[in-house]
Design a protein around this ligand. Structure first.
Ligand SMILES: *Cc1c(COP(=O)(O)O)cnc(C)c1O
Length: 478
């Protein structure tokens, strides 16, 4: 640094002088000495850059009467941005009930209480309180999963992708896994059956064709290197037209004939018949066992409505092999997940209670009349908050379940449609600014943009009151 620029930098107030101002003293009391010092330093660094670029105007600004107040305001701004929690609750008004990017299932209150209860305390996670000895973390969940699904044994891992990986590696490492060509699914980008099989050190043996696979194709594919027959539930797409797939019962019999296990990856893993909610039939975990599956894998946070987890349930000898795999340790779940999953599964003992208390099931079964009533109130509040430059209407829309489940089956719902008034050519910018303003609210609101409108599907808005309350903080660019 040469001496003239050093001189320029001397016009800046020092950190210690700034810390002595009344504004910063208040900030120190609130945020602590070190964070405030860091924020002051970082703002001073920016000013130094401005000075180096345009010394005259920056020097004039620093000498001006407003400088100190403005400087303190900027530091406060930096501090409050830092203090905002990185993970924030949001209003999911996207119309996708189980939204992977928005954290999938919301937990029921009993699960939240359980997480709080064991999170801050030591607990008997792997300790048998009766015997006073080391216990097994799966023991807390296993009986419950077996009771609800009819399985003999069960274990839980990080997510269903991990469950599929672990099962394939435990039962068929260095051997072939037979899967129909029509079931080589990709789920959300990085989970692709062929890649998972490779990572599991299994050889994928594709059976049949994309649209039609017959029992004789499986039979022809069987050989000395076969390790497993797997059925993957094609949860996020449907093959229509000239199609054929093999009945699970027959696949199970074929596997048994050859001394192999038959594994069914259900993906969503519902414990309830969705026809109760006016939806088409999705195979339940119980039905997969009835059709002869030896092991079933499914997600904890899709149609089950619980925490992120992958559940592996079925024949005891197979579950034991899975649990003995060293990979199990790398994929296991923690006490918070176990605590939450126990509570969610417990609710399913009484299906009526599950329907009332599991937020996903509540969203799914919410009466249309209820959503409509809410839409009228919310639309009126939005109309008032947004002024004349945004047109607010409400009307029918369709929600989807999300996370790949029943992609073609939509639920009737009601949405708010926000259309910003636009001059030619600026439609998109205004719409994006409007959407951003809602995302900048204390509890960010996430909708979707379609056809020149910002759309809020109200199916998942259970708390309209707090949604309306925070509209006063809405900062719409004019
Ligand atoms: C969703 C899904 C998975 C992956 O489950 P995650 O819980 O997201 O890891 C695997 N298989 C199928 C069929 C699925 O639908």
């Amino acid at each position: 640094m040469n001496s003239s620029s050093q001189k320029i930098f001397r016009v800046l107030p020092s950190v210690s002088r700034l810390l002595e101002t009344a504004e910063m003293a208040a900030a120190v009391a609130r945020s602590g000495h070190e964070p405030v010092k860091r924020a002051i330093r970082s703002r001073l660094d920016e000013l130094r850059k401005e000075l180096a670029q345009d010394s005259e105007s920056a020097t004039a600004w620093i000498a001006s009467a407003d400088f100190l107040t403005e400087f303190c305001r900027q530091v406060e701004h930096t501090l409050s941005a830092q203090e905002r929690p990185e993970l924030q609750p949001v209003f999911n008004l996207t119309g996708t009930i189980i939204h992977t990017n928005l954290g999938r299932a919301r937990l029921p209150q009993s699960a939240l209480d359980a997480v709080a209860r064991v999170g801050g305390e030591a607990c008997n996670l792997e300790f048998d309180l009766g015997a006073g000895q080391r216990g097994d973390r799966d023991s807390h969940l296993e009986a419950l999963i077996c009771e609800l699904t009819g399985a003999e044994a069960a274990t839980v891992v990080n997510n269903n992708a991990a469950a599929v990986l672990l099962v394939a590696n435990s039962l068929a490492a260095d051997r072939e896994v037979l899967i129909s060509r029509g079931e080589l699914v990709e789920i959300g980008g990085s989970f692709r059956i062929p890649d998972v099989m490779r990572s599991a050190h299994c050889e994928l043996r594709e059976v049949g064709t994309t649209n039609r696979t017959h029992l004789k194709d499986y039979r022809a594919a069987l050989g000395p290197r076969s390790g497993l027959i797997m059925k993957v539930h094609t949860s996020n797409y449907e093959i229509k037209g000239f199609t054929a797939e093999v009945d699970e019962r027959e696949l199970a019999d074929l596997a048994r004939e050859h001394g192999l296990a038959f594994v069914s990856d259900l993906g969503s893993g519902n414990l309830m018949d969705l026809r109760k909610f006016g939806l088409p039939h999705e195979p339940t975990v119980m039905e997969a066992f009835e059709s002869g599956a030896d092991l079933v894998t499914f997600s904890g946070d899709k149609l089950l409505g619980g925490p992120q987890a992958g559940i592996i349930a079925g024949r005891r000898d197979l579950v034991t092999r899975v649990k003995q795999n060293p990979l199990k340790r790398a994929l296991r779940v923690d006490k918070l997940c176990i605590a939450a999953l126990i509570e969610v599964l417990s609710l399913y003992r009484d299906p009526e209670r599950a329907r009332r208390e599991v937020p996903f099931l509540r969203d799914l079964s919410r009466p249309l009349s209820d959503i409509k009533t809410s839409a009228v109130t919310v639309a009126a509040a939005l109309d008032q908050a947004l002024g004349s430059r945004v047109t607010v209407t409400h009307g029918p829309c369709q929600s989807q379940i999300g996370s790949g489940a029943l992609p073609l089956d939509l639920l009737d719902s009601v949405a708010i449609y926000l259309t910003p008034e636009t001059e030619r050519g600026e439609t998109d910018a205004r719409l994006q600014a409007l959407a951003r303003a809602f995302r900048e609210l204390p509890k960010p609101v996430v909708g979707r943009i379609n056809d020149g409108r910002l759309i809020f599907d109200l199916r998942c808005l259970q708390d309209a009151e707090s949604f309306i309350e925070q509209l006063q903080a809405l900062d719409i660019p004019q």
